[in-house]
Design a protein. Structure first.
Length: 194
């Protein structure tokens, strides 16, 4: 299979997510940036950092950072640059496509990422994501408030007011893999001018 480069749209989406994660605006993502997402979520929802659910999320976020640091931080300086971020995602998406084509039914990296995203969205554990859940999630990442409602409207294809785990999976796949400028998943982390 020929190596496919990230499309301009994928670069745009991944760069937006990188900039949202770079809370201190120093041009790199560090472990503290990842922890800040969880801290913001806890603060926005008036939760306790010591709750069982949040402690579980903290462990998951720490594992994601460890994996990202291990596979993405090419120079092992404890920071992930935008170039390292894009290079990592190019390889991860290429590998994901190859695995899905050759091993149907394999639990993919996308499935694992979806599980984390769903946990961050569904803090109450009711199995469905409403606008309020999405607002807390977006605010934790620093998405401007004026982008949240229009983004949710695009994500909620069937207009039932909720996103299921299956819908989240499809949106995460679109965010990372789609080159279609009309894919609702492009707007998972706020409005994306395409």
């Amino acid at each position: 299979m020929a190596s496919m480069m990230l499309s301009e749209l994928q670069k745009k989406k991944l760069t937006r997510k990188f900039r949202l994660l770079d809370f201190d605006n120093n041009g790199t993502i560090e472990q503290a940036d990842f922890q800040r997402v969880l801290e913001n979520l806890v603060k926005n929802r008036n939760l306790s950092m010591t709750s069982h659910k949040i402690q579980g999320l903290r462990k998951t976020v720490d594992k994601v950072w460890s994996a990202l640091h291990r596979f993405c931080d090419a120079d092992h300086d404890g920071q992930v640059t935008l170039d390292e971020w894009l290079s990592f995602h190019h390889e991860a998406i290429r590998h994901e496509r190859e695995m899905l084509e050759s091993l149907p039914g394999h639990e993919s990296t996308i499935d694992a990422m979806t599980a984390l995203v769903f946990e961050l969205l569904d803090v109450e554990g009711d199995g469905r994501i409403g606008l309020g859940d999405y607002q807390h999630f977006c605010r934790a990442y620093g998405v401007p408030d004026e982008e949240i409602r229009p983004s949710f409207a695009k994500l909620d294809r069937n207009s039932d007011g909720y996103l299921s785990r299956a819908e989240i999976l499809q949106l995460v796949i679109e965010f990372y893999c789609s080159d279609d400028p009309n894919s609702p998943g492009n707007h998972f982390f706020g409005q994306l001018a395409v």
